[in-house]
Design a protein around this ligand. Structure first.
Ligand code: 26W
Length: 829
């Protein structure tokens, strides 16, 4: 099928001169925002500034789309429940090289670009690592010139806003759309009906043969597309992030309304809209509610209809789908797409099971992001069957196929077969989404070397045995545009001064910085950039928390979701032990530190919320004790978000990456810190292992049990009480916390939390405590020698290029998607 030919626009030449930009902003304010400059609010200026730059993006967007179509390029479809994008304005201005001119243009209109940039809502359509990775990948796919579409959900309320009241986390709704969203395009015409519930009819031919199944859903909801352009570095390519919003098929039941039932008339509309109203705030814990499964199916099904329609309109048939489309599953959240594609191929397009299964497997790939058993998704069969009856049948058919294949090898015990099965036959029968994703994909990848090996040995060992070669590693990455160039302009210009501009295009060039590690003058400059960033964070903390911190102290930072396995508790206990040591030995040469924490706890995760309270309780006592004034401070920064990370990461001297080994799949915060010249204190977990290899063992502080040792400990019956008894410092700190030293208002507040360490210590806090405390004193020793510290810090920045998400994406493109990416661009001027 051919497209209609484009009616060419008369060539629009955009003048990017500040004067011309200012005129355009003013005209936009008038004609598109509908405001006069005398009454325009800062939000109006923000909208106008964004729309002026958006115009420049649209042309490239259309050109990119057209090019992919004309060259019949294979497209990547990245399906993710979460996209933690953060603010977009700086990203777009800087990728298009318009930052300075826009600054000037706005200034001439009396508008401060930094002020309006701070007003842009931080789109928090994600929980943590997985969502932020999806956002970095979107930016990198555009930057390496790869034709890609992101597909997700347009949540009205992203991740909750966190307030700290009396030390406790309080969750408030987040309303990022309050002032509209100038980036998005609503595509009402791009809408699809999504069914739920109902029955399945079998259609037989005259001779009684089963011809096909027809699913007759009981309810329908409309999925409406909202598109956001994603600009790559230097505006090379613009891809689309398409987020689906739910709407009722019948916005109002007029008959009911006319009969006087005004509320009933809107029931369907309200119910439909509630589907995409909120993001589930639990990471690493399966929500288990029906609404979550509905969300998963809703966006997977809408995306698949969209993908198939695009493919059919260009190629007219579906056998070529795997050659022209790579569909990627960001964790199992969209794994239902596998059953949906099978349904569409068989029930709608009339292909047989074998052909459909072959196409499906060649089209899909799946990334696993966690091995925590409580995070592995599975759905009770009764819920699944009621909501998606046809998909249930298809999953049984896929399972039969997989189990038949497994049995044919005659090497598997019944137990192994039951672990391979897509159905968990426990007390409550459930569909295992991980096994479905594994079986229906040609590639299954982990997100760091260690995590990938553990996948092979643990959750997926039987499936790995059945399909060897399917599991592969793709170590995560971060986009250097946001996580160096935008968040750390001071360091960026220092690096440009030292080694030129090539690293902006080709991150690998950062390694040229190595030779400056021993250059005393450069080290001083590096230190003064860090100092500036620390001043910025200090001001932020002073303004929001009325807390003074000394920017010459070491900034020790742990920011991430609050979770027991990430061991914020280990860090807090060590702070208590250090506090005790400083008080008992005031004569010693203590290195001044400020310990920063930030992070949200899942609203239903009581232990994590208690850990936040503990951090605040300990902070209150330590911060007001004159005995440690100037030596130790604790700060909990509320409402952690991408924007807060952009302030905290460049200001960190020490990066805390201290998860129990074997439990953090990769981590990406670890990469952001090291790239910005922080030294890591960390366990051999996730990507810390590879960071250590890249920056060198001398430039990172590693401590604690290895994943293997943790396993062995657990197997051999680890006794935490014995470990505590061997460590007087730990015993003392635990007893202080447990007895209420930090919670005089409620002395028993932490008794159970601390008892948990004595009795179970699932996360090996006691086992690693001494090693951690020793490592912290080694950190102090390095800090004591400033030139040595900054030499190490510089070597971190210099050797982190490999962790660019451009590298990660090129590996996905080559090994998994088999799509073409652009070459490393030539040196820019
Ligand atoms: C079903 C509930 C749920 C929701 C989200 C379970 C699990 C998740 C995610 C998989 C949690 C997550 O964000 N995992 C993180 O993914 C990052 C990107 O690969 C890794 O760097 C982190 O180590 C991993 O914890």
């Amino acid at each position: 099928m051919d497209r209609a030919t484009t009616i060419e626009l008369p060539p629009v030449v955009h003048d990017n001169d500040p004067k011309a930009l200012a005129a355009e902003i003013l005209s936009c304010l008038t004609y598109r925002v509908g405001k006069d400059s005398s009454v325009a609010t800062q939000y109006d200026w923000l909208t106008a500034a964004i729309k002026v730059v958006r115009d420049r993006i649209i042309e490239r967007w259309i050109a990119s789309t057209k090019e992919s179509y004309e060259k019949k390029q294979k497209r990547v479809y990245y399906l993710s429940m979460e996209f933690l994008i953060g603010r977009l304005m700086r990203d777009a201005f800087s990728n298009l090289g318009l930052m300075e001119n826009m600054r000037e243009a706005l200034q001439s209109l009396g508008v401060d670009i930094d002020m309006i940039a701070g007003l842009e809502p931080d789109a928090a359509l994600g929980n943590g690592g997985l969502g932020r990775l999806a956002a970095c990948f979107m930016e990198s796919m555009a930057s390496v010139d790869l034709a890609a579409h992101g597909y997700g959900i347009r949540y009205v309320h992203g991740l909750f806003r966190q307030e700290i009241q009396d030390g406790w986390q309080v969750e408030l709704p987040e309303t990022w759309l309050d002032h509209g969203n100038p980036w998005e395009f609503e595509r009402r015409e791009r809408s699809f009906e999504i069914g739920f519930g109902g029955t399945v009819e079998s259609i037989t031919s005259k001779d009684g043969r089963l011809e096909r199944h027809v699913w007759k859903p009981q309810e329908h909801v409309l999925a409406v597309a909202y598109d956001t352009p994603v600009v790559g570095w230097q505006g090379r390519r613009v891809n689309t992030l398409r987020l689906w919003s739910a709407m009722a098929v019948d916005p109002i039941l007029l008959a009911a309304f006319n009969a006087g039932d005004h509320i009933g008339a809107l029931k369907e509309a309200n119910q439909a809209a509630s589907l995409t109203r909120v993001l589930y705030p639990a990471d690493s814990h399966q929500a288990g509610q029906e609404l979550r499964l509905r969300q998963e199916y809703f966006f997977s099904a809408a995306s698949l209809q969209d993908i198939l329609e695009r493919h059919l309109s260009q190629y007219g048939e579906l056998h070529s789908l795997p050659d022209k489309a790579a569909i990627h599953l960001n964790d199992t959240h969209p794994a239902i797409a596998i059953a949906e594609l099978m349904r569409l191929l068989m029930d709608v397009h009339g292909l047989d099971f074998d052909m459909s299964w072959d196409i499906t497997k060649r089209t899909f790939a799946y990334t696993n992001h966690t091995l925590l058993p409580e995070a592995l998704e599975s759905w009770p069969i009764p819920v699944f069957e009621r909501l998606l009856p046809r998909h249930m049948q298809i999953i049984y058919a896929i399972n039969a196929e997989v189990l038949l294949e497994a049995r044919s090898y005659q090497r598997y015990s019944d137990e192994q077969i039951s672990r391979i099965s897509l159905i968990n036959e426990g007390a409550e029968r459930r569909v295992r989404m991980g096994n479905l994703a594994f079986a229906g994909s040609h590639s299954v990848n982990g997100v760091s070397g260690l995590h990938t090996e553990l996948m092979k040995e643990t959750v997926f060992s039987d499936l790995h045995n059945l399909y060897p070669g399917r599991i592969n590693n793709k170590t995560n990455g971060i986009t250097p545009r946001r996580w160096l160039m935008q968040c750390n302009p001071g360091l960026t210009s220092l690096i440009r001064e030292a080694i030129g501009d090539r690293f902006l295009d080709d991150t690998e060039a950062l390694s040229e910085l190595n030779r400056f590690a021993d250059d005393a003058a450069f080290r001083e400059k590096f230190a003064s950039v860090k100092r500036e960033n620390k001043n910025r964070l200090s001001n932020y903390v002073a303004e929001r928390l009325s807390l003074r911190v000394d920017p010459s102290a070491m900034f020790d930072v742990q920011i991430k979701r609050i979770h027991e396995y990430k061991r914020q508790l280990l860090n807090i206990i060590e702070a208590v032990a250090l506090y005790d040591q400083i008080r008992s030995h005031p004569e010693k040469d203590w290195m001044p530190r400020v310990k920063f924490f930030a992070g949200k706890a899942a609203p239903s995760y009581n232990t994590a919320k208690l850990i936040i309270k503990l951090a605040n309780d300990v902070a209150r006592v330590i911060n007001r004790d004159p005995a440690v004034r100037g030596l130790l401070k604790i700060v909990f920064v509320p409402n952690y978000s991408v924007s807060v990370a952009e302030i905290m990461v460049p200001a960190a001297d020490l990066s805390e990456q201290i998860s129990t080994a074997g439990l953090e799949a990769s981590g990406t915060g670890n990469m952001k810190f090291a790239l910005n010249g922080a030294i890591t204190i960390g366990t051999l977990d996730g990507a810390n292992v590879e960071i250590s290899e890249c920056v060198g063992e001398d430039n990172i502080v590693i401590f604690g049990l290895t994943a293997e040792e943790v396993e062995r400990n657990k197997r051999d019956g680890y006794v935490p009480r014995a470990a505590i008894e061997k460590s007087p410092e730990l015993a003392q700190a635990l007893s202080a916390i447990s007895s209420g030293v930090f919670s005089p208002d409620d002395p028993g507040r932490y008794r159970d939390l601390i008892n948990g360490i004595y009795e179970r210590d699932w996360f090996m806090v006691a086992a690693d405590f001494d090693a951690y405390a020793d490592a912290q004193r080694r950190v102090d020793d390095i800090w004591r020698n400033a030139p040595d510290w900054y030499a190490k810090a510089i070597r971190n920045t210099a050797n982190m290029a490999w962790f660019s998400s451009d590298r990660t994406i090129r590996e996905y493109a080559r090994d998994i998607w088999e799509v073409h990416t652009g070459e490393v661009p030539p040196k820019s001027n």
